[in-house]
Design a protein around this ligand. Sequence first.
Ligand code: ADP
Length: 386
Amino acid sequence: MAETHDAFLVLNAGSSSIKYAVYGADLKQILHGQVDRIGLDPQYHGGAKHIDVPVADNATHAKILDWLLTHIAGLSDNLRIIGAGHRVVHGGQDFAAPARVTDEVIAKLRTLAPLAPGHQPHNLAGIEAVARRWPDIPQVACFDTAFHRTQPRIAQLFAIPRSFSDDGVLRYGFHGLSYHYISTQLPHHLDKPNGKVIVAHLGNGASMCAMQNMKSVATTMGYTALDGLVMGRRCGELDPGVIFHMLRDRGMSVAEIEDTLGTKSGLMGVSDISSDMRDLLASDSPAAAEAVDLFVYQACKKIGALAASMGGVGSIVFTGGIGENSAAIRARILQGCAWLGADIDDTANTAGKSRITTADSRLSAFVIPTDEEGIIAGETQRLVAG
Ligand code: ADP
């Protein structure tokens, strides 16, 4: 009989997709895959396998999760899942680090669902599904907000009446698992990893984090993941007066406004063509060019703001789908940072090297691929062992 090996399951359960990965005790990834098109016609992709998930098109997340976990269990006889780690978008004010899942933790996380209605319930559904499939294994929740709990209070406050901040209406910030991973990589790339660093996570969702001593001191996302940069489909920074206009003058409902700002705005809304940066860069439409211009403009503006929040910046790190893959966007953002001392090394940038500024550049810039699942696996192992 084949020897069995201990393994950790990582789940990232979102609204329209569920991603998974399995790691060995040495934290090497063994398997990964995902179900996407949830709510339409769920499809599974894993390795070379692409199949329709055998559930009704309108199946709940719970049903799809039950199928997926059974499928994962059947993928390999010689793996024994001994712990599961989950991406959980909101940890509120209480969770500054990953937590072992208990009934009390779940109850707390449930109260945060209104702060992230599109994500939190699905994250919790993943935890419940694992508890149904493997009732005895320990589970760990890893939060997108936790890395930002080190922000000073002043960076978290909105200038609205105190009663709101007392109730937790604060800038939380997101993409924390990505920033946590990048913080672990800074010492491998930067001469001064403890200095003033801005990390730009540019993907479909996009944000930036100002780090000092490898800790978050400011970030562009706020109470929700809508604030900050121009994103694939989210608006980013917006004058709240626009919302009153939508409500009062256009008769839009709250749900319509949420949908407009959360799924019909950003690159998609401005270009009217696509939310995908590759499509826009390949397009000759003036609206596509304007959407890209706005993306770059806002990125440069936020770098300026985050640099000001720290009283300077020594390095910029690019990550996420756009940050890791688009030399053109990196070049345009760094050209906008010439005033901060950025001198881009075009050859290194085009070749996708780690350091993409010249040796003399006052502001150094790097490309570091992120690994949110890897961070979850490591934290899960740490907490399970502990
Ligand atoms: P998510 O936030 O959903 O995890 P990703 O981090 O995968 O998304 O980023 C997706 C974005 O990355 C898309 O806008 C996509 O067009 C962009 N992207 C991926 N590869 C390239 C590339 N070579 N050039 C420009 N953009 C790219």
